[in-house]
Write a protein that binds this ligand. Structure first.
Ligand code: AMP
Length: 110
């Protein structure tokens, strides 16, 4: 059974894909928390940070984030977030990074 995000990558669930390469794909979050909010997802299905192998598609998330930031001219800054587990609010068990921009972000995060 594919994860929700793999089904998006396959086109089975609609989403606005903004970037893809052989390792990761990225699409707009359905409930954006900032004017720009996309999810960067490794093609390999791993549940989250806690269960990652040493090698794999997840190693390409940072490169994708930089390329997306360049593509969308996120020149005033952006934030990259990975939620792991219940306390962090992870709701989808397929590793993903949130790339958000377009407003100031508080620190520390809530
Ligand atoms: P997390 O809470 O870190 O697991 O993030 C999961 C994210 O997936 C949330 O920000 C949701 O809004 C987003 N999401 C859930 N379903 C969809 C969908 N069908 N298309 C786009 N984003 C989604």
């Amino acid at each position: 059974m594919s994860t929700l995000f793999t089904r998006i990558a396959k086109g089975e669930i609609p989403a606005e894909i903004v970037y893809e390469d052989s390792h990761v794909f990225a699409f707009r979050d359905v409930a954006p928390q900032a004017p720009f909010h996309v999810l960067i997802v490794p093609r390999e299905e791993t549940a989250g940070l806690a269960s990652l192998p040493d090698e794999g598609d997840h190693l390409y998330i940072l490169n994708a984030a930089r390329r997306i930031a360049e593509k969308f001219s996120l020149d005033s800054g952006y934030r990259l977030v990975i939620n792991q587990g219940k306390d962090a609010g992870q709701t989808v068990q397929h590793l993903h990074a949130h790339l958000m921009a377009g407003r100031p972000f508080a620190w520390p995060p809530g």
